[in-house]
Design a protein. Structure first.
Length: 278
C-alpha cells in the first residue's frame, strides 16, 4: 500500500507515522547522521550511476534499497522536487530546553530564536544559514512554528538532519531564564532606530527573529535586552526572515571583538561541508 507524501505539518505535535524525505542532500544527510528511524530508500531506476553515493550510504546504514519507475515517484511524491530519491523514515526529533547547555558547553555562545516563523521553507533556509555560519543552535516555540517536515528538510539542503533544533513551551519564560544564565538577548525589529552595525558579538548572544509581516510578538519584544534593525531603502519594507538571518550572521562573524569568541561552536562534521551546496 502506498503512503501519501507528507508535504508539511500544521501541528507541532510529533507525528508517529512514517514520512517521505526527498531530495539528494536531505536523504544523504539523514542516512549519514541517523537521527531518524530509517525504513527504506527508493531510487529512480534510470539514475543508478548518478545516485551511487546515496545508495552506498544506505548500504552502510543497513537500509533496504528499492529501484522505482518515474510513475512510482509521481504517485508517491506528486510534484515534489525529489531528484529521483526518496527515503521512507520516521520524523526528526526535537531537542528539549534542558539539552541546550550541553550543546554549547565551554564555547562562546551564539543561538538564534524564532518567534512565529511558520513557513517550512523559511525554517529550512534559516537552519541552512545558521549551520553554514557555525551558530550553536536554533530555538523554536512549540506553538506558532513550522514543523521539522520534509519540506523544511529539503529547504535546509540536509542541514536539518544534524543542526540542533531546540523546542520550548513558553518562549517568554525561556528568554528570561537564559538572560539569568548570562545571555544577551537581541531582537530584530524593523521599527528600531538602532542599526545592526552597532551590535557586536562580545558575549553569549541570543538573536530573536520574528515572523514576516507581524514581526516579534509584544511579550517577546519585552524580553529582549535590545532591539536592532537592518537598514534598507524605503521602497522595500523588509527582508525575508531567512535573508535577515544571513545578514545578521555575516555581520556578527565579522564583528567579533573578543579573541576567544572568534571560533563559534562547530556543529557540522567537517567532511559534510558539501551538503550546503545545492
Amino acid at each position: 500500500m502506498k503512503t501519501a507524501p507528507q508535504r508539511h505539518f500544521n501541528s507541532r505535535k510529533r507525528q508517529q507515522e512514517l514520512e517521505w524525505l526527498y531530495g539528494t542532500h536531505p536523504v544523504l544527510a539523514a542516512l549519514r547522521h541517523k537521527r531518524r528511524k530509517l525504513v527504506g530508500l527508493h531510487l529512480k531506476d534510470s539514475g543508478k550511476d548518478r545516485l551511487q553515493a546515496v545508495a552506498e550510504a544506505a548500504k552502510k546504514s543497513g537500509v533496504p534499497i528499492h529501484y522505482e519507475t518515474p510513475r512510482w515517484f509521481s504517485d508517491n511524491l506528486g510534484e515534489s522536487v525529489h531528484q529521483g530519491v526518496a527515503l521512507q523514515c520516521g520524523p526528526l526529533p526535537l531537542l528539549d530546553e534542558a539539552e541546550l547547555p550541553a550543546l554549547n558547553s565551554g564555547k562562546p555562545n551564539l543561538v538564534f530564536v524564532l518567534d512565529g516563523v511558520e513557513d517550512p521553507h523559511n525554517l529550512g533556509a534559516i537552519v541552512r544559514t545558521l549551520g553554514f555560519f557555525g551558530v550553536g543552535a536554533v530555538v523554536i516555540p512549540k506553538d506558532r512554528a513550522a514543523a521539522l517536515s520534509p519540506v523544511a528538510a529539503k529547504a535546509s539542503v540536509g542541514a536539518l538532519e544534524w543542526f540542533p533544533v531546540v523546542s520550548v513551551t513558553n518562549l517568554h519564560r525561556f528568554l528570561e531564564g537564559q538572560k539569568k544564565r548570562g545571555y544577551w538577548v537581541v531582537g530584530l525589529d524593523g521599527a528600531s532606530r538602532n542599526p545592526l552595525r552597532q551590535l557586536a558579538w562580545d558575549r553569549p548572544l541570543m538573536v530573536v527573529l520574528g515572523a514576516e509581516g507581524s514581526g516579534l510578538r509584544p511579550l517577546t519584544k519585552r524580553s529582549c535586552d535590545w532591539l536592532v534593525s537592518i537598514p534598507g531603502t524605503p521602497e522595500v519594507e523588509s527582508l525575508n526572515v531567512s535573508n535577515a538571518a544571513a545578514v545578521t550572521c555575516y555581520h556578527l562573524r565579522n564583528t567579533v571583538s573578543v579573541p576567544e569568541f572568534a571560533t563559534p561552536l562547530k556543529t557540522a562534521p567537517a567532511d559534510h561541508s558539501s551538503e550546503f551546496v545545492s
